[in-house]
Design a protein around this ligand. Sequence first.
Ligand code: PLP
Length: 418
Amino acid sequence: MSAADESLATRKAPFDVARIREDFPILKRLVHGKPLVYLDNSASTQKPQAVIDAMARFYADGYSNVHRGVYLLSEEATRSFEEARDKVRAFLGARETREIVFVRGTTEAINLVAHTWGRRHVGEGDEVLVSGLEHHSNIVPWQLLCEEKGGRLRVLPIDDRGELMLDRLDELLTPRTRILAVAHISNALGTVNPIRRIVEAAHRRGVKVLVDGAQAVAHHAVDVRDLGCDFYAFSGHKVYGPTGVGVLYGRAELLEAMPPYQGGGDMIRSVSFEKTTFGEIPHKFEAGTPDIGGAVVLGRAIDYVTAIGLEAIAAHETDLLARATEAIRDLPGVRLIGTAREKASVLSFVIQGIHAHDIGTVLDADGIAVRAGHLCAQPVMERFGIPATVRASFGMYNTREEIEAFARAVRKVLEMFR
Ligand code: PLP
């Protein structure tokens, strides 16, 4: 066990941000000679030493291909890979390990469902319902599907706060609706959507629900059975794990009935030139050599997050969000984008007369990393009549002092441009 693992294993203390920061080596970095203030956690999270060590350890000591060898190393790697799958199952509250498919990330998970379930169930004149606050990756795959099949993409709009207009839901769930695809938490606005209520409304009409959990899993405990959704997608890199690996959860009976996504090794039962039969779920959807190390290390990231506790993380981030909101909301020219009553970890804003990129650049000079742009959510930008926003998004290692530094830097922008 490495020092980082031991420090985690012995962690009993209540939430202690200073202690958590010690686990993240990158937070010691200077940027333009200033301490790094990393506020782009919605784009991707930094990695704790326990995750970095687990990656090195797997390649140094436990690596081989999986599901193939009769030799010890391959058996060990296969065990580690499948144990990681079970950690994900527990993390999401899924009933069965075979309901967890390893993919490259949220984007691939959604494409998988659109290509397989979607191609089979969406036909001419059928409808796919998405919401007005989706990331492009929960719009474009459905658009491609609708174009191919002659289907229609419909949109559940958002109001001026950035909340879904749920009073429109019943009218938009028509007899032609096949699937509703919605984010758990909006990456552009921070809105937390009432997924259980949405799922209940959809299921009453026999409509399946895919939840894009990319922004949720690092901030809220998720229980897919409690939510009742049919599919749930997330990315490892947004939950303190590695890039290149993510997860699609699907209810077993749906996954079983779906055709494969890609063909290749590892997903078959038998192959001949006349006919191929496919393996069981989840392997049917995991053609080729998967990101073995990524999956194993994602398991380690889940251990890390779970040891700290998502409730404590959520409480900490809620405090940071409230402070950051309070600090900038009344500054001259500042307009918050997204003021939903239920929000998590995201503060998007614009300043009248100052381009988002200029704000981002001034903040960067002070070592503060925020996102500036359309945030892969151009329809949200259009809804609010702006080309871009600045987004500060918080993670478990951010501090109140960093929020103060952020607010000071925003005030500096105002001084510089006025
Ligand atoms: N969905 C949401 C809400 C996101 O915020 C993101 C990434 O920013 C994605 C999907 C896509 O995730 P990935 O690029 O890891 O596939």
